[in-house]
Design a protein around this ligand. Structure first.
Ligand SMILES: Cc1cc2nc3c(=O)[nH]c(=O)nc-3n(C[C@H](O)[C@H](O)[C@H](O)COP(=O)(O)OP(=O)(O)OC[C@H]3O[C@@H](n4cnc5c(N)ncnc54)[C@H](O)[C@@H]3O)c2cc1C
Length: 293
């Protein structure tokens, strides 16, 4: 049952933030693929909804003059998957996009909704963590930029303040240029399933050593997370199967896996160690390095 007691549509960000400031009870609806499920399941009752669907400026994906990639919060997963800039510059995000839901869901679900939903299983999250994405949040009084690692506060909890809208996802040039990457979603079945574990890895090489490695994990804890100890270990190390094996082991220390009906804690930890290695080996090749056996 959908008990919608009010429905508003904004055509600009200014209009949306003004409506939110006037009425703090308004809940934002983007594609509706999460919020409507929650309403149907009774988790949200008597909702007053503010739709962002008519704000066309929020659908844009572009590369700014300073090299930043800017993804509008209302870009759908189909758009993200098909976008030529993202395919060329940050394919770990387009790989994540195509692994998400089925075609009908991807046509309507937005990347902004995926992030604001606060789910550790969100398919865009581990890639955005690995890419050091920053989030532009706007309200009536202005805007602020928040690193994605500070945005996730707990399961279903994000750092949006009352009256704020996520408008853009920003990825700096130094965070993607020269990097190779790989996204791996491990799920119980190949199509239309939520991740049991998700791994996104990017790396940059300097000759035969690792210049930088960043590892984002989904469903390895209550929120998406980074494997900072494994990343620090990688710096300056020789690009070899032994180094990659150690990085996989260290990644497990950052995980805060738990047992759920999908998988036990131990199985998830095993997946972290194994999938980080697999993803990093592919990322090395994508960064111009040799295949590691
Ligand atoms: C059948 C099915 C399969 C699915 N499969 C997957 C999957 O494989 N992987 C996956 O990650 N997810 C999956 N999902 C979950 C869902 O589709 C995604 O999380 C989707 O990206 C949510 O986006 P949306 O635009 O529909 O968000 P909505 O439902 O409109 O909103 C979600 C939440 O974010 C808030 N919000 C949305 N946009 C903004 C904004 N710009 N600023 C502030 N707050 C905002 C809303 O208020 C709400 O709380 C699936 C859902 C269904 C129904």
């Amino acid at each position: 049952m959908y008990n919608i007691i009010g429905y508003y549509e904004a055509e600009t960000v200014g209009e949306a933030t003004a409506l939110l400031a006037e009425n703090p009870n308004l809940r934002i609806i983007a594609g509706g693929t999460d919020i409507l499920i929650k309403m149907h399941g009774g988790q949200i009752e008597d909702a007053e909804l503010l739709s962002l669907r008519k704000i066309k400026s929020l659908e844009r994906i572009r590369k700014a003059e300073d090299g930043r990639i800017i993804i509008g919060a209302m870009a759908t997963f189909t758009q993200v998957f098909n976008d030529p800039i993202l395919r060329e510059m940050i394919p770990i995000l387009t790989e994540a996009a195509i692994s998400m839901g089925g075609p009908q869901i991807r046509n309507i679900a937005t990347i902004g909704g995926n992030v604001c939903n606060g789910a550790t299983s969100a398919d865009s999250a581990s890639s955005l963590f690995a890419l050091n994405a920053q989030l532009k949040l706007e309200n009536m009084n202005g805007e602020r930029i928040v690193p994605i690692r500070e945005f996730y506060l707990g399961p279903g909890k994000v750092a949006l303040k009352p009256g704020e809208i996520l408008t853009e996802i920003l990825i700096s040039q130094e965070d993607y240029e020269g990097f190779g990457g790989q996204y791996i979603k491990f799920a119980m079945r190949e199509a239309m399933d939520i991740a049991t574990l998700a791994v996104a890895v990017v790396c940059k090489l300097q000759g035969k050593t690792f210049d930088e490695v960043r590892i984002g994990l989904g469903v390895a804890g209550p929120t998406p997370l980074r494997c900072l100890a494994a990343e620090a270990y990688a710096l300056g190390k020789e690009v070899s199967a032994e180094t990659v094996a150690e990085i996989g082991k260290l990644a497990v220390n950052s995980a805060k896996a738990r047992t759920s009906w999908r998988a036990s804690k131990e199985y998830r930890e095993h997946l972290v160690e194994e999938l980080v290695q697999r993803a990093l080996k592919i990322a090395v090749v994508n960064a111009g390095g040799v295949e590691l056996v």
